[in-house]
Design a protein around this ligand. Structure first.
Ligand code: PMP
Length: 415
C-alpha cells in the first residue's frame, strides 16, 4: 500500500507521461537507472537541479563532511564568507542571502522590494513561473490579469497587487509601470516555463530603462537560465538587475538557493523602516551549513568554465541534430535554444509570448504521446513541455539516441 497523497512524496512526481512514476535506484552524470534496471538518458535532470550532472562527487563530499560536524546551528560557519565572496564575484551583485529554494528567494525579494519602495504592485510576464510564490500565480486572459485557474485554497485576490504583461510587449510594460505603484518587475532573462521564449533584441535594455524610470526594482530569476554561462544569462548578456534569484542547480541538486542584491538595494533594506517583530522572511533551515557547503562545492568544482564549455558544446550538438531532423522531415516545428537548454516548439517560428506559445501547443496534440514514446525508449525530457537540458556529462551518443527516437516517433505517427 502507498501512504503518499497521490502516490508519491510530491504530487508532481505523477505528472510524467507514464501511468506510474519511474522509481529511481541511482543516477550519475546524465544517466538514471530505475529499480527494474531500466537505464535512461536523462535530459530532464530533475527539472534543472542536476544541470551539472547527477551525483556530483565534490558536492557529496562537501555535504558529508559538513553533516559529520552538524548541518545547522542557527549560526554561520567560516565557509559562509568564502561562498558569499564567490557569489559576488561570479554574479556581480555584492550582497547575498541563502534560502532553501528559489521560491523562498523570490518571496523574500518581493517582500523587500515592496518594503523599500513602499509600493504594492509587482509585474510578471504572462506564462511565468517563479515557484510557489502566491503573487505570481496570475495570467493574462482576454487581456486582463486573472488568477491562475489551478490555484487551490486561494483567498486573497492577487490581481490587485500583481500585474501581468505579455513578454516582449514593451508598450504594455510601459503602461503597466506608468501607474507609478510598481515595486518590482520579476522576470527570467528568457522565459523557460511556458515553453521557451527568447527576448527580442533590445528588450532587456528597454526593460531596464523603463523600470528605472518607473521607480521599480528589476529582479531577475536566473534559476533556469543559469545554464547560459558561469554567471548566468545576466553576465552572458550584460544585464543589470537590482536583484537576482538563483535556485535549483546552484547547490548541485542539494536543496539550497540564494538571492543577491545591489549595494543600493542592500542599503535601502538596511534603512527600511521596521517595527519590532517578525519580518516574514526566512525559514529555520535557510542558510544552513550543509547547503552552504553544497553551494561552495558547486561553484568551485562543478559549475566550472570547463563544465560550461562541455554543456554548451553538447547543447549546440543536440540543437544542430534536431534542426537537421526538422529540415529533413519538413516538420512545422522549430527549436528554441538558450545556453545548455533546448526546447522543441510545435510551430514553424519561435513564439514571442505565452499566448502564441499556448496556441502552438493547442494546435498539436503531440506532447503527451511524444513524452511517453521517449520514456518507453529510455529517454527522459522535462515532463511539462519539450525542454531538454544538456549537462557536462551528457554524451553525443545520448543526444544521437534522443534525435533518433524523435525521428522514429515522427515517422511512426505519420504512417
Ligand atoms: N524560478 C524559476 C524560473 C523556476 O522555474 C522555478 C521552478 N521550476 C522556481 C523559481 C522555483 O524553484 P523551487 O521550486 O525550487 O522553489
Amino acid at each position: 500500500t502507498n501512504h503518499w497523497l497521490s502516490g508519491a512524496p510530491m504530487h508532481w512526481m505523477r505528472d510524467w507521461a507514464s501511468p506510474f512514476p519511474i522509481v529511481v535506484e541511482d543516477a550519475e552524470g546524465a544517466t538514471l537507472t530505475d529499480i527494474d534496471d531500466n537505464v535512461y538518458d536523462d535530459f530532464c535532470l530533475g527539472d534543472t537541479p542536476g544541470m551539472f550532472g547527477h551525483g556530483l562527487a565534490p558536492v557529496a563530499r562537501a555535504v558529508a563532511e559538513q553533516a559529520r560536524r552538524g548541518t545547522t546551528y542557527m549560526l554561520p560557519t567560516e565557509m559562509a564568507a568564502d561562498v558569499g565572496a564567490m557569489l559576488a564575484e561570479r554574479f556581480g551583485l555584492p550582497v547575498w542571502q541563502a534560502t532553501l529554494s528559489a521560491s523562498d528567494a523570490n518571496r523574500a525579494l518581493i517582500r523587500w522590494a515592496r518594503a523599500v519602495t513602499q509600493k504594492p504592485v509587482i509585474i510578471v510576464f504572462d506564462g511565468a513561473y517563479h515557484g510557489m510564490v502566491e503573487d505570481c500565480f496570475v495570467e493574462l486572459r482576454e487581456g486582463r490579469t486573472r488568477m491562475d485557474r489551478g490555484l487551490v485554497g486561494q483567498v486573497h485576490d492577487m490581481t490587485r497587487t500583481t500585474r501581468v504583461v505579455p513578454f516582449n510587449d514593451l508598450g504594455a510594460l510601459e503602461a503597466a509601470l506608468s501607474v507609478g505603484d510598481v515595486a518590482a518587475v520579476l522576470c527570467e532573462p528568457a522565459m523557460t516555463n511556458c515553453g521557451m521564449i527568447l527576448p527580442d533584441p533590445g528588450f532587456h535594455a528597454r526593460l531596464r530603462s523603463l523600470t528605472k524610470l518607473g521607480g521599480a526594482l528589476l529582479i531577475i530569476d536566473e534559476t533556469h537560465t543559469l545554464s547560459t554561462g558561469p554567471g548566468g544569462a545576466t553576465k552572458a548578456w550584460g544585464l543589470e538587475p537590482d536583484a537576482l534569484c538563483i535556485g535549483k542547480a546552484i547547490a548541485g541538486g542539494f536543496p539550497a538557493a540564494v538571492w543577491g542584491v545591489s549595494a543600493d538595494f542592500a542599503q535601502r533594506i538596511a534603512d527600511a523602516p521596521r517595527g519590532a517583530g517578525r519580518s516574514g522572511i526566512g525559514t529555520t533551515l535557510a542558510g544552513n551549513a550543509a547547503g552552504l557547503a553544497a553551494i561552495g562545492a558547486t561553484l568551485r568544482e562543478a559549475a566550472t568554465p570547463e563544465a560550461y564549455a562541455a554543456m554548451l558544446a553538447g547543447a549546440d550538438y543536440l540543437v544542430a541534430g534536431l534542426n537537421k531532423l526538422i529540415a529533413a522531415r519538413g516538420l512545422p516545428w522549430c527549436v528554441v535554444h538558450v545556453g545548455a537548454r533546448a526546447e522543441i516548439v510545435f510551430a514553424p517560428e519561435p513564439p514571442r509570448n505565452a499566448a502564441l506559445m499556448r496556441e502552438a501547443l493547442a494546435r498539436h496534440d503531440l506532447n503527451h504521446a511524444l513524452h511517453l514514446y521517449l520514456i518507453n525508449r529510455g529517454i527522459l525530457i522535462a515532463p511539462f513541455h519539450m525542454m531538454m537540458l544538456v549537462s557536462p556529462a551528457t554524451t553525443g551518443q545520448q543526444s544521437d539516441r534522443l534525435i533518433a527516437a524523435i525521428d522514429s516517433f515522427v515517422q511512426e505517427s505519420a504512417s
